[in-house]
Design a protein around this ligand. Structure first.
Ligand code: NAP
Length: 504
């Protein structure tokens, strides 16, 4: 184990340090203006698999959050002045360092978040892919020329970085939810202040450590930790912060939107989901059941894209639930560090209690528990997958974002009724359709009020696609060529009084 020189060295668990090849990736202080900064208090970070304390993250004072804002504001001028090529080179160094340290970053993520090690490795690759994508896109952040309606004038647009961007992120994807935002913001010339979830700050702070090693200048990438409402209110109230990008619950997203109104900030919101998974009558039922299992249980169901409501034709209902139950029983629940584990723990005891409440509510209102355990033991953060049938719209499991490994199956009679039922939610993030008849598929693709519709594929996300939701699932898009929109302004200019062009 490498010799450490960390301010909280004595407080970091040896169990964590023993997992890392490079112990300096475990950072416990905030990162402001290129310096590691201690606040006035510590917050314990625990391993959801066993509740052991992994270490402590510092809790900043308001004045220190203000310092981060001032640092990012000052660093904006020289950072935006770099050429796109120069910014892209630094981002690619950061990208390469993520991949060189993939194993350590993945282990750190499993320890604080709980997901299976292979899923964590996949998230590091996914997170790094956004940095590469936006480093490349920075070179192509074109404006446009506009045929003029004004005599002797040249009309055109430029894409300009908006300024300091605040990025507030959740615990379920502690790496990629940061890079998907930060890479776009940094590449176009913004500076950022990241506020990660208190459950998973170490993944964010490791990103800061690697940003520093990549030569990203002081003040350009900052990470602030501590009291979420205070930090968010400070960022939202500041005139110097020009954009807020939030990923998290719809409830908190609404609070932040209100707080940003005063300074008319540009806001992008990646919020909750309540995804329908639709099986059409001409689909191979076993293939559909296996796909539904994948779409439901990744990250133990703690995924905004998780299939919350599984719609199955009534005539194939029993066959489907038998196939689903058989596949579900094969899933292994356990500590994410162990080989062969599919589902790690839920993030906290409250998450387990919420999952149990969803099951109890559904059973009281007439659902049937076809597979899985209930009541679950509440003495740990583990929750075994559960399959409920006869799920109806009055049940919380149908209405709310489940965020746990509880699958609900609903029988339907025809595609028109199904479409109404699938859209019967305030959310509109993602929907899955499995089937063959192109007319049914097209009807659903056009009729589903969701930002992302995936047909015959569970995997739908990645750096080239515009990720985002409709309705109360959010505002704006991340990734793809649209990802810059959240961090830039289109500046139009009219250059008048020009000489008339003479013919050749
Ligand atoms: P959350 O409770 O809304 O928290 C998200 C972030 O907001 C965290 O950094 C949290 O900090 C902070 N926060 C919490 N309460 C706050 C408040 N009152 N004021 C200001 N900030 C506050 O969400 P979560 O439980 O971490 O994540 C799960 C949610 O994220 C789900 O709804 C999921 O669907 C959504 N999500 C959406 C996407 C997407 O792309 N659409 C992707 C992933 C997750 P602390 O942790 O320090 O409290």
């Amino acid at each position: 184990m490498a010799a450490l020189n960390l301010p909280y060295e004595g407080k970091a668990s040896n169990a964590v340090l023993a997992q890392l090849d490079d112990a300096r990736l475990l950072r416990q202080l905030a990162y402001i203006n290129g310096k590691w900064v201690a606040g006035n208090d510590d917050i314990a970070v625990t391993n959801p698999a066993d509740d052991h304390v992994l270490g402590y993250v510092t809790s900043l004072k308001k004045s220190q959050v203000d310092k981060a804002i001032n640092a990012a504001h000052k660093a904006f001028v020289p950072w935006r002045a770099l050429s796109a090529e120069q910014r892209a080179t630094k981002l690619m160094s950061w990208h390469d360092l993520l991949l060189e340290n993939r194993e350590d970053l993945a282990r750190l993520m499993v320890l604080e978040q709980g997901k299976a090690l292979n899923d964590a490795r996949g998230e590091i690759d996914y997170g790094a892919s956004f940095i590469r994508w936006f480093a490349e896109e920075a070179r192509r952040a074109y404006g446009e020329t506009i045929p003029s309606h004004i005599p002797n004038a040249q009309l055109a647009t430029l894409r300009e970085p908006i300024g300091v961007a605040a990025l507030i992120t959740p615990w379920n994807f502690p790496n990629a939810m940061i890079t998907r935002k930060a890479a776009a913001a940094l590449a176009i010339g913004c500076t950022v202040i990241v506020k990660p979830a208190n459950e998973t700050p170490f993944s964010a702070l490791a990103l800061a450590e690697l940003a520093e090693r990549a030569g990203i200048p002081a003040g350009v990438f900052n990470v602030v930790t501590g009291d979420a409402p205070m930090i968010a209110a400070t960022l939202c109230a500041s005139d110097k912060v020009k954009a807020l990008s939030f990923t998290g619950s719809t409830r908190v997203g609404k609070i932040l939107l209100e707080q940003c109104a005063d300074t008319v900030k540009k806001c992008s919101m990646e919020l909750g989901g309540n995804a329908p998974f639709i099986v059409l009558p001409d689909m191979d039922i076993h293939e559909a059941a296996n796909a539904a299992i994948d779409a439901k249980f990744q990250t133990s169901g703690q995924d905004c894209l998780a299939a919350n409501r599984i719609f199955v034709p009534r005539e194939y209902h029993d066959e489907f639930v038998a196939a689903f139950a058989a596949g579900m029983q094969k899933l292994r629940v356990g500590n994410g560090m162990q080989k062969g584990v599919d589902l790690g723990p839920l993030i906290s005891r409250q998450a387990v209690e919420k999952a149990q409440k969803l099951v109890d509510d559904a059973l009281e209102k007439g659902a049937t528990l076809l597979a899985g355990k209930s009541p679950q033991s509440l003495n740990s953060n583990f929750f075994h997958p559960v399959l409920l049938t006869q799920v109806t719209p009055d049940m919380a499991v149908y209405r709310e974002e489940n965020f746990c490994p509880v699958a609900g199956v609903i029988a339907y009679d025809n595609v028109d009724d199904l479409l109404v039922a699938a859209n019967d939610t305030e959310y509109g993030l993602a929907a899955y359709v499995y089937g063959n008849d192109i007319r049914d598929i097209w009807k659903l693709m056009r009729g589903l009020e969701f930002g992302m519709v995936s047909v015959n594929s569970v995997k739908m996300t990645g750096h080239p696609i515009p990720f985002g939701g409709m309705k109360q699932s959010g505002l704006g898009r991340e990734g793809s060529r649209h990802g810059f929109d959240e961090y830039s302004e289109i500046k139009y200019y009219c250059l008048g009084g020009l000489p008339t062009a003479s013919g050749c």
